[in-house]
Ligand binder design. Structure first.
Ligand code: ZN
Length: 235
């Protein structure tokens, strides 16, 4: 089953983005400020197969389609604000949705959470399905210069310089949300959480949170899918 969500990658990929072999479809979503076509390269088979294998699938919910209003409203604004971003990934995963209902940032309580240290925001202004450019702009404001946004009462949105990077950030963020929920549940029983020191968090984030690390971390998933499907998705 196809997961609820969407993955897009923009045209004009940089050096990092060209390393993915994921099949693509190009579509023009509109114009950039300087009058160029705003093209989006939709890439579905591999990341979605990968997500479905990990239990992130849940219906179709209209989020995957060649032209789709929420995708246009959000992704066109991201591209305007963050020209280095070549891929976005938006998914309604169970852990992402559950954590999103609190409208709070993640705590830096594990090494893996540090991938998102000062690199994620929360968009709290839920107004149903995103359809207008204004809301797209507000989501981009919550994203800032980070790699992810927790969309309150909705799900997760990640960006990357490549599809591989954005896809791995999703896998990692979903697990980080799940970890936070488990830790919070245990804390409610009286256990005290220990948060990683700022100085250590900043240093580790620098080492594990870069675009190249996200790309690298996705490669085993890619290899796994090639092996399992004998490369069928590349046809
Ligand atoms: Zn959504």
């Amino acid at each position: 089953m196809i997961p609820t969500g969407e993955i897009t990658g923009t045209s004009e990929p940089n050096k990092t983005a060209t390393r993915t072999n994921t099949p693509t479809q190009l579509q023009v979503l509109g114009k950039t400020k300087d009058g160029r076509d705003l093209k989006v390269r939709r890439i579905w088979p591999l990341p979605f197969v990968c997500f479905a294998d990990r239990g992130f699938d849940e219906g179709v919910a209209g989020h995957i389609s060649p032209i789709n209003a929420p995708a246009f409203a959000i992704h066109s604004e991201i591209h305007k604000a963050r020209p280095e971003v070549n891929a976005t990934c938006h998914i309604h995963s169970v852990a992402g949705k559950a954590f999103s209902c609190f409208g709070r940032e993640l705590e830096m309580i594990t090494q893996d959470a540090l991938r998102f240290y000062k690199s994620h925001g929360v968009y709290r202004d839920f107004k149903g399905v995103v359809l207008d450019q204004d809301e797209g702009q507000r989501i981009v404001a919550a994203l800032g210069q980070g790699k992810a946004v927790i969309l309150q009462n909705h799900g997760l949105l990640m960006v990357g310089e490549s599809v591989d990077e954005a896809t791995f950030w999703f896998i990692s963020l979903d697990k980080t949300c799940q970890t936070q929920l488990l830790a919070d549940a245990a804390a409610a029983a009286g256990y005290k959480k220990i948060v990683i020191d700022e100085q250590e968090a900043a240093y580790a984030a620098m080492r594990i949170g870069g675009p190249e690390k996200g790309w690298l971390a996705f490669q085993p998933y890619y290899a796994e899918q090639v092996a399992e499907t004998r490369g069928e998705f590349l046809q």
